[in-house]
Design a protein around this ligand. Structure first.
Ligand SMILES: [Zn+2]
Ligand SMILES: [Zn+2]
Length: 415
């Protein structure tokens, strides 16, 4: 039997309503803030991700689906969405028409160990905003993500966590301070942390191990060593969030592993997903466009994992919409008349599941239940002769004879 590849799933028709709901909400809500959708290719040159995501990151070193195409070029399936958007921004010389606000959705690919909420083909919705350098943009983007997550109706409480990662100017001396402090505490840190301490000390702050977490509480934090510009940016950001009435907590241990991230970092976490609790993650990356060969342009963005959102959604709120009408027919002439009636109703905007396979009235009523039909319209020889139909309201259980000429009006006033 042919089966899907490990870590890859069909999104079946029963489930797809939830995905469409999440995407439709993104279209609507991001649109309110002036974002339009961009659809990037699913694969790019491997070099793009090596430069944008970082050649020494786990994603690029261990997790990408990389292959040589028939022309010998090294290509990779996209492991995330930002690299392509930045590539597009540079390729189209969009620095001349700022601000540029886009959102994207779709599958990403990483060779990771599959587990609940983490697949090898997974899906993200994300936004990128190019141009504005000030904290107003940061605050607006956070307000937008909270608006979105509030609107889709998650079951768990959401917390917006913010931090400042400083800039190259203030992070360099801080980094040296941090390395010195970590060296002194090395005996209390895990093996991984001992390895990454020199190369990427910020990641040690992020270690999930209890002993490491306890040890780093004494380490210096970036927030205490921000330069004047970074301190002002963070102070203003907090002010804007307060003005907007968006609650937040400052998490000084939230980090990003790469140098082009600067100043604002944020995550929205949800209680109820255990350790893997980030629903959305984002931040400023003022250095990336230039690093990708473009004209230096500030930018900020975020991404959300759709699989996690689907797990957290209050499904009861997303009504799997059934059919408006199940059209039951008895006898050959009724089948023929039913075919025409169904088409007429559909042209009037009413969804109709037409009985396509004979069967008794009883078995057809069962099919009407399965189609979650609001009404069952019944058509037999008697009704054809009287130029009428019987309409049954499936929720109320009552039925009524309705003249053929009245059906459309009857249904439209009740749907
Ligand atoms: Zn700074
Ligand atoms: Zn550790």
């Amino acid at each position: 039997m042919m089966q899907t590849v490990r870590g890859v799933h069909d999104i079946l028709p029963d489930e797809v309503a939830i995905w469409q709901f999440l995407e439709a909400k993104a279209l609507t809500i991001f649109g309110l803030y002036g974002f339009t959708e961009i659809r990037s290719p699913l694969f790019e040159k491997t070099e793009l991700f090596a430069r944008a995501v970082g050649a020494t990151t786990d994603i690029v070193e261990k997790e990408m689906y990389t292959f040589a195409d028939r022309g010998g070029d090294s290509l990779s399936l996209r492991p995330e969405g930002t690299a392509s958007v930045v590539r597009s921004f540079v390729q189209q010389s969009l620095h001349r028409q700022l601000p540029w606000k886009v959102w994207y959705r779709g599958p990403m690919f990483r060779y990771e160990r599959p587990q609940k909420g983490r697949q090898r083909q997974f899906h993200q919705i994300g936004c990128e905003l190019f141009g504005p350098v000030g904290p107003l943009a940061d605050a607006e983007l956070m307000a937008m993500v909270m608006h979105y997550l509030g609107d889709v109706g998650l079951q768990a409480a959401l917390v917006l966590e913010i931090n400042s990662l400083g800039c190259l100017a203030c992070r360099t001396p801080y980094r040296a301070l941090l390395i010195a402090a970590l060296r002194q505490a090395a005996a209390h840190l895990c093996e991984d942390c001992n390895h990454r301490m020199e190369r990427n000390p910020l990641r040690v702050l992020d270690c999930k191990r209890e002993t490491c977490r306890a040890t780093v509480t004494a380490a210096p934090i970036m927030l205490d060593h921000l330069c004047l510009g970074c301190r002002d940016h963070f102070y203003q950001l907090k002010g804007h969030l307060e003005t907007l009435g968006v609650p937040y907590v400052v998490n000084p241990r939230m980090v990003r592993g790469l140098d082009y991230y600067n100043r604002t970092a944020f995550e929205v976490t949800s209680v109820g997903l255990g350790a893997q609790n980030a629903v959305a993650a984002g931040g400023r990356y003022d250095g990336l466009v230039e690093q990708m060969g473009g004209t230096s342009t500030p930018a900020i963005g975020f991404a959300m994992g759709m699989e996690r959102l689907v797990l957290l959604l209050d499904r009861q709120k997303i009504l799997a919409r059934g059919m408006d009408v199940y059209l039951a027919t008895l006898g050959a002439s009724a089948e023929n008349a039913g075919l025409v009636l169904a088409e007429t109703l559909r042209r009037g905007g009413i969804s109709v599941e037409l009985n396509l396979g004979g069967g008794s009235l009883k078995s057809q009523m069962k099919r009407a239940d399965r189609a979650q039909a609001r009404f069952t319209v019944m058509l037999g020889d008697t009704e054809i002769e009287k130029r009428s139909v019987i309409i049954k309201d499936m929720a109320e259980g009552v039925q009524q004879e309705v003249a053929r000429s009245e059906i459309m009006d009857y249904l439209l006033t009740r749907l």
